[in-house]
Write a protein that binds this ligand. Structure first.
Ligand SMILES: *Cc1c(COP(=O)(O)O)cnc(C)c1O
Length: 304
């Protein structure tokens, strides 16, 4: 039940407000933008909806993962433990900062197997990156305990589980940082976009600068900004942020619809003999965007 299926008047209104000002960039042009700060508004909405202190929008979920790793100090030669089952962007982002992806087995939750994670730790391990695959979540208590024990960073790739929770806390808000993607097929979309969420001011400050060529964004004159960090360009545009702002206001409605549809489908599928559903570490927190099950044999699976 991705957000693009409920695209409507709300998105058009937000985008038109940006078009009226003609200021499509998120920084500067304070007078001409006539009070329109869609990216800032969306960041504030993300902080309050997902219970996180800081949010930095990016141009994609992949850009958000790369930015998060830079801001968390993950770099050349560091090993990042990630699941073998994921979308390729998780892998690309690790390589993009010169770190080494360590692919580890999943369990029946279809996310990182905590025992396999612990077995993969070496003196070079810096970060554990669970991917909350297909609307559900990893066993965050177990992974957090491992991070605490070995003094490792926990980075949540929550790109596929917007609106899911673990023990009452929003996915993406639990690790040292978490990311969402707002690409066209995610639960809410900006067309293209992503976000880094964190409760660390230091991580946020680095993420903010990194996405915009190292600008410190400290004053009102962009040309006079200092550049305390080396950066890149992962900026989101005001047009994309405007779409996201309309979508986040409808997120709870999307979740109600997708959870309801998920239950209806499940009520049919569970009647089929031999079917087993994936393990969900906190069933109440499943976002309902996927229904995933296992069949008893390879032959039966291929037939289906
Ligand atoms: C979609 C996705 C991403 C990347 O997001 P883009 O916005 O498409 O770059 C990263 N990780 C996972 C698990 C995803 O599903």
């Amino acid at each position: 039940m991705p957000g693009f299926e409920m695209f409507g008047a709300e998105e058009k209104k937000e985008v038109n407000e940006v078009l009226e000002t003609g200021i499509l960039m998120r920084y500067g042009f304070d007078g001409a933008r006539n009070g329109m700060w869609k990216s800032k508004e969306l960041e504030q909405a993300i902080c309050s909806r997902f219970e996180t202190q800081y949010a930095q929008l990016t141009s994609s979920g992949t850009g958000a993962l790369t930015t998060a790793m830079v801001a968390l100090g993950v770099g050349v030669g560091d090993e990042v433990i990630m699941p073998a089952f994921t979308f390729v962007a998780s892998f690309e982002a690790i390589l993009s900062v010169g770190a080494v992806p360590i692919l580890v087995d999943i369990d029946s939750s279809l996310t990182l197997d905590p025992a396999a994670v612990e077995a993969a730790i070496t003196p070079r391990t810096k970060c554990i990156m669970p991917v909350h695959m297909c609307g559900s979540m990893a066993d965050l208590d177990a992974l957090k305990a491992i991070c605490d024990k070995y003094n490792l960073i926990l980075l949540e790739d929550a790109c596929q589980s917007i609106g899911g929770t673990y023990k009452g806390k929003p996915l993406g808000s639990i690790g040292h940082a978490g990311t969402f993607s707002f690409d066209f097929v995610k639960t809410i979309t900006c067309g293209e976009g992503g976000v880094v969420m964190t409760n660390s001011k230091e991580v946020y400050t680095k993420a903010d600068a990194y996405t915009d060529h190292g600008h410190d964004h400290a004053g009102v004159d962009r040309g006079a900004d200092l550049h305390p960090f080396l950066g890149y360009n992962f900026r989101i545009s005001e047009l994309h942020a405007a779409v996201g702002l309309a979508q986040i206001k409808k997120l709870d409605q999307f979740l109600v619809v997708q959870k309801k549809n998920n239950q209806i489908l499940k009520s049919y599928v569970e009647k089929v003999p031999g079917i087993a559903f994936r393990t969900v570490p906190d069933p109440a927190g499943d976002s309902g965007s996927f229904l995933t099950w296992f069949l008893p044999s390879q032959a039966a699976t291929e037939k289906v």
